[in-house]
Ligand binder design. Structure first.
Ligand SMILES: Nc1ncnc2c1ncn2[C@@H]1O[C@H](COP(=O)(O)OP(=O)(O)OP(=O)(O)O)[C@@H](O)[C@H]1O
Ligand code: SF4
Ligand SMILES: [Mg+2]
Length: 346
């Protein structure tokens, strides 16, 4: 599917609210020295709608954080455009970047490294409130409100605490509160629960989901764990070797995956029919295993691990092919990998 066709594909997240952030043809190359170039992200299209969750799923090194950093304005794309509320974004000027940052917030995976140990919780929250909300705002009142929003209560007791006095989950709640201080429309949550104890992961995902609903946030949830993506995402984008290899409604993609890589991910999950319980039990889905190592440098990136790979797969990289109004997969051999979907009989 060409880039234009990608735009024609309806996002499974589109029903919840208006389009907030849209990235088209997003690519990032890194120069590695000796003239080598790493295509870390290739031609990615993402649409984030208010009140909806899009999950970006893929194993380590697939390019998820690079996508998030570009969406957050922290990394300049090699190619592609980003539009916020329909307006093309140019983050090269300081004022435009500040405005964009107030609307698009990024939460990192590491709740330990992301807070400064010498500053209190109140300080971490007061700073962005002052920066983004101007002088008239009652900073103290707003900090208390933010703590209550992330259920750190009684808020007055948490405000003077320092990061070392908090658990991992409490720190991640402070990170969420800090992101919300700017009153953003878009929240980019990069593996927000992967470093937390399994016993509190579900609670944290429920908190994110609750915040998304109450504040009408457009949420990008990044994870290597397709179980958690199914648990609360509207649309799933499966990433491999820097490109989106499959996209569609979370429920459909996880119940009936079309791409051989997604099939491998689902098959590797301990209990594909009861993926929500995986979070509760602590049996986080393992990263998919295959025969090869990293993505193939030429042809389909999955060709050195795919059981269906043939000469064409090793020579040419397939574009996304639209399967239904809301689903697409990038594979030359969909009629064998997912016959019912490819023949339109699913
Ligand atoms: N600044 C950089 N310079 C060179 N290579 C980079 C840079 N940042 C990322 N990469 C490479 O780009 C690829 C994608 O990295 P990225 O961090 O986006 O992956 P990821 O999907 O977020 O992985 P993880 O699940 O481990 O967080 C990797 O091969 C990584 O080594
Ligand atoms: S294009 Fe070929 S190698 Fe790639 S996923 Fe499809 S069948 Fe496998
Ligand atoms: Mg990452």
């Amino acid at each position: 599917m060409t880039q234009d066709a990608a735009i024609a594909l309806t996002s499974a997240a589109a029903g919840n609210g208006p389009l907030a952030l849209e990235a088209t043809g997003l690519s990032k190359d890194f120069k590695l020295g000796h003239g080598a170039i790493l295509h870390a992200v290739r031609d990615v299209h993402i649409s984030l709608y208010k009140s909806a969750v899009v999950a970006l799923v893929g194993e380590s090194g697939s390019g998820k954080s690079t996508v998030a950093r570009m969406l957050a304005g922290q990394e300049r794309p090699t190619a592609g455009t980003i539009a916020l509320d329909g307006e093309p974004v140019d983050v090269r000027t300081g004022r435009a970047f500040r405005r964009y940052k107030s609307q698009v917030q990024y939460v990192f995976q590491d709740p330990f490294g992301s807070l400064n140990p010498v500053h209190s919780v109140g300080y971490h929250l007061a700073r962005p409130v002052k920066l983004h909300q101007g002088r008239d705002v009652d900073v103290k009142k707003r900090v208390i409100e933010l703590l209550e929003q992330v259920r750190l209560t009684p808020a007055a007791q948490f405000e003077p605490k320092y990061p070392h006095e908090l658990s991992g989950g409490q720190r991640q709640r402070v990170s969420f509160a800090r992101a919300l201080a700017a009153e953003p429309n878009v929240l980019l949550a990069d593996e927000p629960v992967s470093m937390l104890d399994v016993s509190i992961r579900l609670e944290m995902l429920n908190l994110l989901d609750d915040l998304r609903k109450r504040l009408h946030l457009a949420l990008l949830y990044i994870t290597h764990d397709i179980a958690s993506a199914r648990y609360f995402a509207d649309e799933v984008l499966v990433m491999y070797g820097g490109q989106i290899v499959e996209r569609g409604p979370a429920e459909e993609v996880t119940q009936q995956p079309a791409h051989p890589y997604t099939q491998l991910l689902i098959a590797s999950a301990p209990d594909p029919d009861n993926l929500g319980s995986v979070l509760r039990s602590g049996n986080s889905a393992p990263r998919a295993r295959g025969t090869g190592s990293g993505p193939a440098a030429t042809g389909c990136p999955f060709s050195n691990r795919c059981p269906l790979a043939d000469d064409k797969c090793r020579a040419e990289n397939p574009a996304l092919h639209q399967l239904t109004a809301v689903r697409a997969a990038a594979c030359w051999r969909l009629s064998e990998a997912a016959p019912a979907l490819a023949n339109g009989t699913a």
